[in-house]
Design a protein around this ligand. Structure first.
Ligand SMILES: Nc1ncnc2c1ncn2[C@@H]1O[C@H](COP(=O)(O)OP(=O)(O)OP(=O)(O)O)[C@@H](O)[C@H]1O
Ligand SMILES: [Mg+2]
Length: 246
């Protein structure tokens, strides 16, 4: 299984939004995408992809993942909780072992592309994903603000130290479009691409109230189809090249 980790330097920049949008695009293209929700304490993947709660173990003792209406397999601790408002309050080591177990013990079936929704920052849990799951590459999600303050570069550095490659970055919330005059408003200031270094820009996404509404309604797989399809194709092509040279 090829593993694509979606990471960012800080919270709330749209990791889960991008992870689910990318998984949906990979699924449209290959029919074999799955998502591992590695944000144990701040889970949002099941909600974004309308995965019904519930956890089952098969006869071999493997965890049966949840399933989105489109057929994307999702493994998430939050599917095991009795209600949405229940919190998981665990310390780092327990969270790290939960991520490893979710990954190892889930029956991923014929899934070939696993998108991992990471917790924010360069925490214990992020380190576990990089070192234990050894992703084939990372997608960094940033806002223009993060680039200015070098937050995104810290994630890139963490990936480099863990010897994991970076596919590129998704510049999220880059601008909003005025509904009256169609003017582009750079909500978080202009994008300074000189700060992006050697990271290719995979996509530039606006802050869109329509997308926010779809995501909130559990239809995150339907947002920015064109943009996410392009990101998925870039990643699939890179994976193919990596396979050819290995
Ligand atoms: N481009 C966008 N347009 C509109 N809404 C967006 C966009 N990107 C993200 N959102 C919304 O912003 C909120 C935060 O996004 P999301 O939960 O994906 O961030 P995150 O980085 O995963 O946060 P956390 O660090 O808490 O896991 C969500 O409600 C999401 O639907
Ligand atoms: Mg998230």
């Amino acid at each position: 299984m090829r593993i694509i980790a979606v990471m960012s330097g800080k919270g709330g920049v749209g990791k889960s939004f991008v992870a689910t949008g990318l998984a949906a695009a990979l699924h449209r293209s290959t029919g074999k995408a799955a998502v591992l929700d590695a944000d144990i304490t701040g889970s949002s993947v099941p909600h974004l992809l309308s995965v019904p709660r519930g956890a089952h173990v098969d006869a071999e003792g493997n965890l049966v993942p949840g399933m989105s209406p489109d057929g994307i397999r999702v493994a998430s601790m939050s599917l095991m909780l009795p209600a949405d408002d229940k919190a998981i309050i665990w310390r780092g080591p327990l969270i790290s072992s939960a991520i490893t177990q979710l990954f190892n013990d889930t029956d991923w079936g014929d899934s070939e592309y696993l998108v991992v929704d990471m917790p924010p920052g360069t925490s214990d849990a992020a380190l576990t994903v990089l070192q234990t799951l050894k992703p084939d590459g990372i997608v960094l999600v940033t806002t223009p603000q993060d680039m200015v303050t070098n937050v995104a570069r810290r994630s890139q550095d963490m990936a480099r130290q863990s010897e994991v490659g970076v596919f590129g970055l998704v510049m999220n919330m880059a601008y909003a479009v005025c509904p009256h005059c169609d003017e582009r408003i750079e909500v978080f200031g202009p994008v300074d691409s000189s700060k992006e270094g050697d990271m290719p820009r995979l996509a530039t996404l606006p802050l869109s109230p329509a997308w926010a509404e779809l995501a909130d309604a559990g239809r995150s797989g339907e947002v920015a189809n064109e943009e996410f399809d392009a990101v998925a194709q870039t990643i699939l092509a890179e994976l193919k090249v990596a396979e050819a040279v290995s």
